[in-house]
Write a protein that binds this ligand. Structure first.
Ligand SMILES: [Zn+2]
Length: 71
């Protein structure tokens, strides 16, 4: 069995981990609802749809806050 003689630095191990890091995994597919990339058999993180049904209702980001009536 290999026995490391010296401890690797954090930088060294992080550099190695970063070398096989990917933004989008190979098995990603496109959402039929919005066309965004998503993992297969998962709810779309962009629109919250799965199998043509809305599973998670996403909150709109630029929605203005409801103004309360004065008085
Ligand atoms: Zn989607």
């Amino acid at each position: 069995m290999p026995c490391p003689k010296r401890r690797h630095t954090r930088m060294r191990s992080r550099m190695r981990e970063a070398s096989n890091w990917k933004i989008f995994p190979k098995n990603s597919s496109n959402c039929p609802q919005c066309g965004e990339k998503k993992l297969p058999h998962r709810i779309c993180p962009n629109c919250g749809f799965y199998n043509g049904e809305l599973i998670i209702a996403k909150k709109e980001k630029n929605k203005p806050t409801e103004e309360k009536p004065k008085e």
